[in-house]
Design a protein around this ligand. Sequence first.
Ligand code: CTP
Length: 425
Amino acid sequence: MKRVLLIIGGGIAAYKCLDLIRRLGERGFAVRCVMTKAAQEFITPLAVGAISNERVATDLFDLEGEREIGHIRLARETDLVVVAPATADLLARMAQGQGNDLATAVLLATRARVLVAPAMNPAMWSHPATQRNVRQLEADGVQFIGPNAGEMAEKGEAGVGRMAEVGEIVARIESLIADNEESASGFGFLNVSGSRAKPEPSLPLAGRHVLVTSGPTHEPIDSVRYIANRSSGKQGHAIAVAARRLGARVTLVTGPVQLADPDGVETHRVETANEMLAAVEAALPADVAVFAAAVADWRVAAPGRGKIKKAPNAGPPQLELVENPDILRTIAKRTSRRPTLVVGFAAETSAVIENAQGKRKSKSVDWIVANDVSEETGVFGGERNRVHLVTPQGVESWPEMSKAEVADALLARAAGFLTEAREQV
Ligand code: CTP
């Protein structure tokens, strides 16, 4: 039986841990829980103990507890440590290596991998101090899931800061534990996540992490209107599905689309370009990143708080636009944890190949999939696609195919690229 030690931090998202424990139990995990003092303000150790079927550990100097099970044993007798919700304070204490309560003492003493699901107010998450702590913890090998974008528990607050959904956390726990089992075999090669892949993977992308962006973004004008584009997300979603079929662990970051989340894929739904960038960065490291989203190039500098009203004789509102971050460029130009293979798309209506070659160089991208999105091609929103693959070696013009076939062909090429890269090491 696989064991998970769940450290519950003090945030409103703590209540979701009850569902997390139940879902892990259904999948055959033994879950032992540690609660910080603040967590006990949100849910009781009694409730957590009843669902996990285990005594909940709350105190570093609990004599009775120490007799039953000390913090060193708690730290050692587990296959994975999960911290959820991780507050800004808990992240700061972890990054500093403090050990002044049971939760942090266990985190210092463990040799197991640690997965952290942050949850906090968006301003606290984006604060430079929190981001510094996250970078430190990532450098220490801690894995992160989320936070996601969306509504916060506080009324009227929205942004990046929601704890990842329970289903996403369960999927990541299962894949981290599967990774552990592969590395326990002691063979294989190291991939970017530092985990070992199987020596003879049965599927070409087994042991790999593929990150995909998909769909449009919505940039608010006011609380009811937004700027969008005609992207359907079909190509990006097909790429996520193809990567999964080839055995990869897949993270899909998608703007608003009318498509279901693909099976077996960790899907994060976002609205704006800024949220998409945050979700992509949170999903690193990755072996392959494919940027198929049609990200809005501009957003409204100061979106209206309510609905902008028409006033007699006032004329239309003057919308000042500012440039959005270029997600592809930001990731491709990273000096640390850049995916081994970065693939961009180029949606063009003229001089398709020349423009794509220009984008490949200026954004420091490995490959560009260029397509003609002029209205007469029916590519935007349609089922089929005719693309050119632009690489440092030249341009390949592929025949017209369904979006699923384009995805399969692209991912098969990506798998080949990774194999060659591995053989050259
Ligand atoms: N892209 C991105 N972030 C942006 C804009 C684009 O990640 N803010 C990515 C897209 O996902 C795609 C690639 O960049 O992989 C090219 O997008 P495209 O719209 O063709 O090009 P732009 O760089 O926006 O240039 P332009 O609109 O001027 O053609």
